[in-house]
Write a protein of this length. Structure first.
Length: 390
């Protein structure tokens, strides 16, 4: 069932292709006036302390907007510090991650050594009889499927997504779903998932928070049942890592991922019973950090995005979130290096993420946030932009 890894890589390729957009002539002309950063001139950018950042709000900002509207509010109060991070993928997770064999009840004697995969050495287990699949790679990539999620990739099982919840905006305290033989609240399921992630995955100042929930209705013949899909963002001291899209650059022959994303997918078909788990691309560890005392303030970031979007049709910003954008750092002497290779270094930089709801995510396996949004990232340190706006 290499299909699971293949599906993820296919997803990455499709997002990378969508991310390579031409810049309109009007924008290029305007950029010539911005200076080296191709944004507002440096003397126009204002900065603030982290305490001032945490108190940011939109109510008292007097900014003339051209082609965008802003959300009603922002909330940065959960930030504790802002830092520049140097991270790297694991290099021996098929050994150091063996605790998950017990967690997912996989007999290590039944594991099959595969040829080298995207993330180094790979081991798998696949049983159609038990309806169980497990894979692990040396860079920390891991995937587990069982029960009805296993059936999704191996049968004609039909499904509909009957409910979607964005926990940045939606309240789930009174939402209940029939799952297995009982009715449970989405809050209970969310708490269970976060507690499981805290127990087995959280390290140091990183933890996981569920950001999205889908309620799926699955049908085979006359039998129907519900399934819950969740996406959990990895947070570092109050700021999540990018889960909103990928970007690439091409030198004419080879494409390199320049912006990557990170997060956890989980499915439940019964309370407390995982039927799908995937940690996206691997295990990222923080190797070093540098504290930032002052950042580009929110007002300047809004002005930068307003300039960027002024030549496009009108856009509605659904939310503004402070996150860490993840930029792989390649060795120029290794043209075959992949963005999630073992020991691959990744730079995590603090950015304002301006999220625009666009499209629909109807993924059969897990939650893929980039299918339903566009983004503009404004670097909190130098004001530079990363975007996938067409």
């Amino acid at each position: 069932m290499k299909l699971v890894r293949f599906c993820f890589m296919l997803l990455c390729i499709s997002m990378l292709c969508c991310g390579c957009q031409k810049t309109p002539d009007e924008v290029r002309e305007r950029m010539k006036t911005y200076g080296e950063n191709e944004q507002l001139a440096s003397d126009e950018i204002e900065y603030c302390t982290i305490e001032e950042l945490k108190k940011s709000n939109l109510t008292d900002m007097d900014i003339k907007l051209d082609n965008m509207t802003l959300p009603a509010k922002v909330d940065f109060s959960h930030i504790t510090t802002v830092e520049e991070l140097t991270m790297a993928f694991d290099n021996d997770y098929t050994e150091s991650g063996k605790k998950f064999l017990d967690i997912f009840h996989i007999n290590k004697e039944t594991l099959v050594d595969e040829e080298k995969a995207y993330g180094g050495k790979s081991v798998t287990y696949d049983s159609q009889t038990e309806k169980t699949y497990f894979a692990m790679e040396d860079n920390g990539f891991m995937s587990y499927l069982s029960g009805i999620t296993y059936d999704l990739l191996n049968s004609d099982l039909q499904q509909n997504i009957i409910g979607k919840y964005d926990l940045y905006e939606d309240t789930i305290s009174e939402e209940t779903v029939s799952l297995g033989a009982e009715n449970v609240t989405l809050t209970e399921l969310c708490d269970d998932a976060e507690n499981w992630l805290k127990q087995y995955l959280s390290t140091g100042d990183c933890n996981y928070k569920v950001s999205d929930i889908y309620v799926r209705q699955l049908k085979t013949g006359d039998k129907e049942q519900n399934q819950i899909s969740m996406f959990a963002e990895m947070n570092y001291k109050g700021m999540p890592f990018n889960a909103y899209g990928m970007e690439s650059e091409f030198d004419g022959t080879v494409g390199k991922t320049t912006l990557m994303m990170y997060g956890i997918n989980l499915n439940y078909e019964k309370k407390g019973e995982l039927s799908y788990f995937s940690n996206s691309v691997g295990e990222l560890d923080i190797k070093s950090s540098k504290k930032v005392d002052k950042v580009v303030n929110l007002k300047s970031a809004i002005k930068i995005v307003n300039e960027e979007l002024s030549a496009f049709h009108k856009r509605t910003i659904s939310k503004i979130i402070p996150i860490y954008a993840l930029y792989p750092q390649y060795n120029p002497d290794n043209p075959d290096e992949g963005f999630s290779d073992v020991n691959q270094v990744v730079e995590a930089r603090p950015v304002y993420a301006f999220i625009i709801d666009e499209g629909e995510d109807d993924s059969a396996l897990g939650i893929v946030k980039p299918n339903a949004c566009r983004f503009v990232f404004v670097d909190m340190i130098d004001g530079k932009i990363t975007t996938n706006i067409e």
